[in-house]
Design a protein around this ligand. Structure first.
Ligand code: BTN
Length: 249
Protein backbone atom coordinates (compact mmCIF):
# COMPACT_ATOMS: atom_id res chain seq x y z
CA UNK A 1 0.00 0.00 0.00
CA UNK A 2 2.72 2.44 0.99
CA UNK A 3 4.67 1.61 -2.17
CA UNK A 4 2.10 3.60 -4.14
CA UNK A 5 3.20 6.62 -2.24
CA UNK A 6 6.85 6.03 -1.50
CA UNK A 7 9.33 3.22 -1.36
CA UNK A 8 10.07 2.56 2.27
CA UNK A 9 13.01 0.47 3.34
CA UNK A 10 11.96 -1.49 6.46
CA UNK A 11 14.76 -3.15 8.43
CA UNK A 12 13.23 -5.60 10.92
CA UNK A 13 14.72 -7.21 14.02
CA UNK A 14 13.41 -9.80 16.44
CA UNK A 15 15.04 -7.85 19.23
CA UNK A 16 17.13 -4.75 19.66
CA UNK A 17 18.14 -2.45 22.50
CA UNK A 18 16.22 0.47 21.01
CA UNK A 19 15.17 1.21 17.43
CA UNK A 20 16.05 4.87 18.00
CA UNK A 21 19.59 3.89 19.07
CA UNK A 22 19.97 1.67 16.01
CA UNK A 23 18.69 4.44 13.73
CA UNK A 24 21.09 6.99 15.20
CA UNK A 25 24.04 4.62 14.78
CA UNK A 26 23.02 4.02 11.18
CA UNK A 27 23.00 7.77 10.59
CA UNK A 28 26.53 8.02 12.04
CA UNK A 29 27.93 5.21 9.94
CA UNK A 30 25.93 4.88 6.71
CA UNK A 31 24.06 8.04 5.72
CA UNK A 32 20.72 6.19 5.36
CA UNK A 33 17.97 7.29 3.00
CA UNK A 34 14.91 9.26 3.96
CA UNK A 35 12.12 6.92 5.12
CA UNK A 36 14.36 4.12 6.29
CA UNK A 37 12.36 2.33 9.01
CA UNK A 38 13.87 0.30 11.86
CA UNK A 39 11.35 -2.08 13.35
CA UNK A 40 11.74 -4.43 16.34
CA UNK A 41 9.44 -7.10 17.78
CA UNK A 42 11.05 -6.45 21.14
CA UNK A 43 13.28 -3.73 22.60
CA UNK A 44 15.18 -4.66 25.74
CA UNK A 45 15.96 -1.03 26.61
CA UNK A 46 13.25 0.89 24.80
CA UNK A 47 13.58 4.59 25.55
CA UNK A 48 10.90 7.15 26.36
CA UNK A 49 11.00 10.89 26.76
CA UNK A 50 13.01 12.51 29.55
CA UNK A 51 15.17 9.44 30.14
CA UNK A 52 12.19 7.18 30.88
CA UNK A 53 11.98 3.61 29.63
CA UNK A 54 9.37 2.37 27.16
CA UNK A 55 7.90 -1.01 28.04
CA UNK A 56 6.29 -3.13 25.38
CA UNK A 57 5.69 -6.90 25.40
CA UNK A 58 7.45 -8.88 22.65
CA UNK A 59 5.51 -9.06 19.36
CA UNK A 60 2.37 -7.51 20.83
CA UNK A 61 2.83 -3.92 19.75
CA UNK A 62 4.61 -1.64 17.33
CA UNK A 63 8.02 -0.29 18.27
CA UNK A 64 9.82 1.32 15.36
CA UNK A 65 11.75 4.38 14.24
CA UNK A 66 11.51 6.30 11.00
CA UNK A 67 14.60 8.06 9.70
CA UNK A 68 13.69 11.32 7.98
CA UNK A 69 15.72 14.02 6.24
CA UNK A 70 13.59 17.13 6.83
CA UNK A 71 15.82 19.49 4.87
CA UNK A 72 12.78 21.63 4.01
CA UNK A 73 12.54 22.71 7.66
CA UNK A 74 14.83 25.05 9.58
CA UNK A 75 15.99 23.79 12.99
CA UNK A 76 13.70 26.39 14.63
CA UNK A 77 10.72 24.75 12.89
CA UNK A 78 11.43 21.25 14.22
CA UNK A 79 8.26 21.09 16.32
CA UNK A 80 6.26 21.05 13.07
CA UNK A 81 7.56 17.56 12.50
CA UNK A 82 6.39 16.48 15.99
CA UNK A 83 2.96 17.77 15.04
CA UNK A 84 2.88 15.91 11.70
CA UNK A 85 4.06 12.63 13.26
CA UNK A 86 1.50 12.89 16.09
CA UNK A 87 -1.25 13.52 13.55
CA UNK A 88 -0.13 10.51 11.49
CA UNK A 89 -0.61 8.27 14.54
CA UNK A 90 -3.95 9.93 15.28
CA UNK A 91 -5.11 9.36 11.67
CA UNK A 92 -4.19 5.67 11.88
CA UNK A 93 -6.32 5.29 15.01
CA UNK A 94 -9.19 7.25 13.45
CA UNK A 95 -9.03 4.96 10.40
CA UNK A 96 -9.49 2.08 12.85
CA UNK A 97 -12.64 3.71 14.21
CA UNK A 98 -11.13 4.68 17.54
CA UNK A 99 -12.98 7.56 19.19
CA UNK A 100 -11.90 10.27 21.60
CA UNK A 101 -8.24 10.39 20.49
CA UNK A 102 -6.21 13.38 21.63
CA UNK A 103 -2.63 14.56 21.38
CA UNK A 104 -1.24 15.32 24.80
CA UNK A 105 1.40 17.98 24.25
CA UNK A 106 4.03 17.57 23.00
CA UNK A 107 3.37 14.20 21.35
CA UNK A 108 1.69 11.55 23.46
CA UNK A 109 -1.39 9.97 21.94
CA UNK A 110 -4.29 9.47 24.33
CA UNK A 111 -7.55 7.57 23.96
CA UNK A 112 -10.21 8.11 26.64
CA UNK A 113 -7.64 9.77 28.92
CA UNK A 114 -5.21 6.83 28.63
CA UNK A 115 -1.93 6.71 26.73
CA UNK A 116 -1.95 4.47 23.66
CA UNK A 117 1.23 5.70 21.94
CA UNK A 118 4.43 7.52 22.78
CA UNK A 119 6.74 9.29 20.36
CA UNK A 120 10.44 9.99 20.89
CA UNK A 121 11.79 12.43 18.35
CA UNK A 122 15.56 12.90 18.19
CA UNK A 123 16.95 15.50 15.83
CA UNK A 124 20.35 15.80 14.21
CA UNK A 125 21.16 19.39 13.41
CA UNK A 126 24.37 20.73 11.88
CA UNK A 127 24.67 24.51 12.01
CA UNK A 128 21.48 25.85 10.51
CA UNK A 129 20.58 22.58 8.78
CA UNK A 130 18.02 20.08 10.03
CA UNK A 131 19.83 17.06 8.64
CA UNK A 132 18.08 14.05 10.16
CA UNK A 133 15.15 13.27 12.40
CA UNK A 134 14.64 9.93 14.12
CA UNK A 135 10.93 9.56 14.91
CA UNK A 136 10.58 6.64 17.32
CA UNK A 137 7.02 5.42 17.80
CA UNK A 138 5.68 2.98 20.36
CA UNK A 139 2.04 2.15 19.64
CA UNK A 140 0.23 -0.36 21.84
CA UNK A 141 -1.67 -2.77 19.63
CA UNK A 142 -2.49 -6.13 21.24
CA UNK A 143 -1.12 -5.77 24.79
CA UNK A 144 -3.84 -6.14 27.43
CA UNK A 145 -1.87 -6.04 30.66
CA UNK A 146 0.71 -3.49 31.68
CA UNK A 147 3.17 -3.73 34.56
CA UNK A 148 2.40 -1.83 37.76
CA UNK A 149 4.95 0.89 36.96
CA UNK A 150 3.11 1.58 33.70
CA UNK A 151 -0.11 3.22 34.82
CA UNK A 152 -2.88 4.70 32.74
CA UNK A 153 -2.04 2.92 29.48
CA UNK A 154 -4.26 1.37 26.85
CA UNK A 155 -3.97 -0.45 23.52
CA UNK A 156 -5.94 -0.82 20.31
CA UNK A 157 -7.12 -4.25 21.43
CA UNK A 158 -8.24 -2.89 24.80
CA UNK A 159 -10.23 -0.17 23.08
CA UNK A 160 -11.71 -2.17 20.18
CA UNK A 161 -11.86 -5.65 21.72
CA UNK A 162 -10.16 -7.49 18.85
CA UNK A 163 -6.69 -8.68 17.85
CA UNK A 164 -4.77 -6.90 15.11
CA UNK A 165 -2.03 -8.01 12.70
CA UNK A 166 0.90 -5.84 13.79
CA UNK A 167 2.66 -5.91 10.38
CA UNK A 168 -0.49 -4.72 8.63
CA UNK A 169 -0.79 -2.02 11.24
CA UNK A 170 2.81 -0.96 10.57
CA UNK A 171 2.18 -0.62 6.85
CA UNK A 172 -1.04 1.37 7.39
CA UNK A 173 0.55 3.57 10.02
CA UNK A 174 3.53 4.34 7.76
CA UNK A 175 1.04 5.37 5.10
CA UNK A 176 -0.66 7.78 7.50
CA UNK A 177 2.71 9.20 8.57
CA UNK A 178 3.80 9.67 4.98
CA UNK A 179 0.56 11.47 4.06
CA UNK A 180 1.02 13.87 6.97
CA UNK A 181 4.66 14.41 5.97
CA UNK A 182 3.52 15.46 2.48
CA UNK A 183 0.95 17.81 3.99
CA UNK A 184 3.69 19.31 6.16
CA UNK A 185 5.76 19.98 3.04
CA UNK A 186 2.92 21.33 0.90
CA UNK A 187 0.41 22.79 3.29
CA UNK A 188 1.86 23.28 6.79
CA UNK A 189 -1.11 25.41 7.94
CA UNK A 190 -3.27 22.27 7.89
CA UNK A 191 -0.82 20.56 10.25
CA UNK A 192 -0.97 23.52 12.66
CA UNK A 193 -4.76 23.64 12.57
CA UNK A 194 -5.28 19.89 12.99
CA UNK A 195 -2.74 19.64 15.82
CA UNK A 196 -4.42 22.53 17.64
CA UNK A 197 -7.91 21.05 17.15
CA UNK A 198 -6.85 17.70 18.61
CA UNK A 199 -4.91 18.93 21.64
CA UNK A 200 -5.67 17.14 24.91
CA UNK A 201 -7.34 19.39 27.54
CA UNK A 202 -7.41 22.38 25.18
CA UNK A 203 -9.54 25.17 26.59
CA UNK A 204 -10.23 23.44 29.91
CA UNK A 205 -9.21 24.95 33.23
CA UNK A 206 -7.03 22.30 34.96
CA UNK A 207 -4.48 21.97 37.71
CA UNK A 208 -0.87 21.77 36.49
CA UNK A 209 2.44 21.72 38.30
CA UNK A 210 4.33 24.51 36.60
CA UNK A 211 7.90 25.26 37.70
CA UNK A 212 7.25 23.40 40.99
CA UNK A 213 4.01 25.24 41.86
CA UNK A 214 0.47 23.92 41.50
CA UNK A 215 -1.42 26.36 39.31
CA UNK A 216 -4.86 26.33 37.68
CA UNK A 217 -4.50 27.17 34.03
CA UNK A 218 -6.01 26.60 30.59
CA UNK A 219 -4.06 25.26 27.63
CA UNK A 220 -4.56 27.65 24.71
CA UNK A 221 -2.10 26.22 22.15
CA UNK A 222 1.59 26.22 21.31
CA UNK A 223 3.91 28.94 20.07
CA UNK A 224 5.90 28.70 16.80
CA UNK A 225 8.71 26.82 18.58
CA UNK A 226 6.34 24.28 20.12
CA UNK A 227 6.32 25.70 23.66
CA UNK A 228 3.01 25.10 25.45
CA UNK A 229 0.91 28.25 25.95
CA UNK A 230 -1.34 28.50 28.99
CA UNK A 231 -3.69 31.18 30.26
CA UNK A 232 -3.66 31.75 34.03
CA UNK A 233 -6.68 32.78 36.07
CA UNK A 234 -5.63 36.45 35.96
CA UNK A 235 -5.60 36.15 32.12
CA UNK A 236 -1.81 36.36 31.80
CA UNK A 237 -0.35 34.00 29.23
CA UNK A 238 2.73 31.94 29.98
CA UNK A 239 4.78 29.51 27.91
CA UNK A 240 6.38 26.31 29.20
CA UNK A 241 8.88 23.82 27.92
CA UNK A 242 8.55 20.10 28.49
CA UNK A 243 10.59 20.06 31.70
CA UNK A 244 8.65 22.90 33.32
CA UNK A 245 5.16 21.39 33.42
CA UNK A 246 3.51 18.28 34.83
CA UNK A 247 -0.07 17.46 33.91
CA UNK A 248 -1.87 16.41 37.06
CA UNK A 249 -5.51 16.08 35.86
C1 BTN B 1 7.39 8.40 25.45
O1 BTN B 1 6.17 8.45 25.48
O2 BTN B 1 8.06 8.59 26.47
C2 BTN B 1 8.08 8.08 24.15
C3 BTN B 1 8.12 6.60 23.89
C4 BTN B 1 8.78 6.25 22.59
C5 BTN B 1 8.94 4.77 22.42
C6 BTN B 1 9.46 4.41 21.06
S1 BTN B 1 9.39 2.67 20.78
C7 BTN B 1 10.34 2.85 19.33
C8 BTN B 1 11.40 3.90 19.60
N1 BTN B 1 12.59 3.30 20.18
C9 BTN B 1 12.77 3.68 21.44
O3 BTN B 1 13.70 3.28 22.18
N2 BTN B 1 11.80 4.52 21.82
C10 BTN B 1 10.89 4.80 20.74
Amino acid sequence: MLNKLKKVNIISFTELDSTNNYAKNLIKTENPEDWTVINADFQYTGRGQQGNTWESKASKNLTFSVILKPLFLKPAQQFNLNKAISLGVLDFLKNNFVKNIKIKWPNDIYVDDKKIAGILIENIIYGNNYVYCVAGIGLNINQLEFSENVINYTSLKKVKGKTYDTQQCLSKLLNCLYKRYLILINNPDIIDKDYYNNMYLLGLMKLFKIRDKYIEATIIGTDEYGMLLLKLQDNTIISCNFKEIVFSI
